[in-house]
Design a protein around this ligand. Structure first.
Ligand SMILES: Cc1cc2nc3c(=O)[nH]c(=O)nc-3n(C[C@H](O)[C@H](O)[C@H](O)COP(=O)(O)OP(=O)(O)OC[C@H]3O[C@@H](n4cnc5c(N)ncnc54)[C@H](O)[C@@H]3O)c2cc1C
Length: 320
């Protein structure tokens, strides 16, 4: 097996999920190399050696400065064809999903996505993929090479393996049609406090809040606990809260020490994103809400009464 792992730089660092995928690929054996594309990314390349890459292919070009997929597809097509890679792995991000899909079309290759594991069984690469609303896992494979795969975010932790990588520069023609798209603006959302991926405490709000304004109740409690705010898809779809805060099958997977669910029914698609939390507390007025089946502590009642009192109690306890 000759595997290529796509690395993304994330604000001057190698993206953690991609390093996790690299570590996993290295644990499967065979030749494992990585690729890094951007305008000034060469300095990050050697770092990949610690996570299992024996060689890192780097293409630096001002035309790769913006996180646009098509020029990257050109570069990867060249590298995969010339380097003879039979497997190409991506940690799923908005950018890498675009790249992987387009690369699959270019190479006439099969792409399996949303994988939560890759293993070698009887000498063959097999992907594990949740299906039917994450209620079962299915094995998926490829009928041709190269095999392309997108791994679900947060699946593998980066593991230092203590190696070093040879950094090898390469060049690729970038097609005119790949340079037609222009990024006119890129904005970063300013947020206070920890992100939901890093927070030890998450207070999550659902449709039971009743209105977008009532998210203030959840925000106040999160602030008092030094935690982050999360949301269900129902409220994100309704425009009450940004997608970045969505937890679940089509959002983020989180595992804080404490997860407080306020006005959340606990649908399976939400559960899969937070079930590995240390302690799950649910506040819901319906005693039959599904979330009580897996919450460690359930409070049956109106969140509009309970949450402000809880916030007061936390503030009082902290002040004492
Ligand atoms: C393919 C697919 C992917 C999906 N992905 C996701 C995902 O990533 N994340 C996700 O969250 N969902 C996802 N969903 C949607 C999911 O199925 C649910 O519809 C959603 O999680 C419900 O959100 P909710 O709990 O906020 O709303 P509801 O299901 O409407 O629940 C609201 C809850 O609030 C309670 N409540 C109402 N008023 C009060 C009150 N005053 N005090 C206390 N409790 C109150 C109600 O009893 C109810 O249990 C997905 C669905 C599909 C089909």
């Amino acid at each position: 097996m000759k595997t290529l792992v796509f690395l993304e730089d994330h604000e001057g660092r190698l993206q953690k999920d991609a390093l996790g995928v690299l570590s996993r690929a290295a644990s499967l054996g065979g030749e494992v190399e990585a690729v890094l594309l951007g305008s000034e990314v060469g300095g990050l390349a050697a770092d990949a050696g610690r996570y299992g890459a024996t060689r890192v292919h780097v293409m630096e070009d001002v035309l790769l400065a913006k996180p646009l997929p098509q020029p990257r597809v050109d570069a990867l097509e060249t590298l995969v064809r010339e380097g003879g890679f039979d497997t190409v792995l991506f940690a799923a991000t908005v950018l890498s999903a675009d790249i992987a899909a387009a690369l699959a079309a270019r190479l006439d290759a099969g792409l399996n996505w949303d994988l939560t594991d890759v293993v070698v069984e009887d000498g063959r690469l097999v992907g594990k993929r949740p299906a039917l609303g994450d209620s079962v896992y299915v094995d998926v494979g490829w009928t041709s090479e190269p095999r392309l795969a997108l791994i679900r975010s947060g699946t593998f932790e980066p593991e230092e393996r203590g190696g070093t990588a040879e950094v090898q520069k390469f060049e690729s023609r970038l097609h005119d049609f790949s340079l037609a798209a222009e990024m006119v603006e890129q904005a970063h959302e300013e947020s206070e406090g920890p992100s939901i991926e890093d927070a030890d405490v998450i207070v999550a709000g659902g449709r039971g809040l009743g209105s977008p304004e009532d998210f203030a109740l959840v925000e106040e409690l999160a602030k008092a606990l030094g935690g982050a705010v999360a949301a269900t898809r129902a409220v994100v779809d309704a425009g009450w809260y940004p997608y970045a805060a969505q937890v679940g099958q089509t959002g983020k997977t989180v595992s804080p020490k404490l997860y407080i669910a306020c006005g959340i029914s606990g649908a399976i698609q939400h559960k899969v994103g937070m079930q590995s939390s240390g302690l799950i507390v649910a506040i819901n007025k319906d005693p039959n809400a599904p979330i009580f089946e897996y919450a460690d502590l359930g409070v049956v009642g109106d969140l509009h009464e309970i949450v402000p009192k809880l916030t007061e109690l936390v503030r009082a306890r902290k002040a004492a």
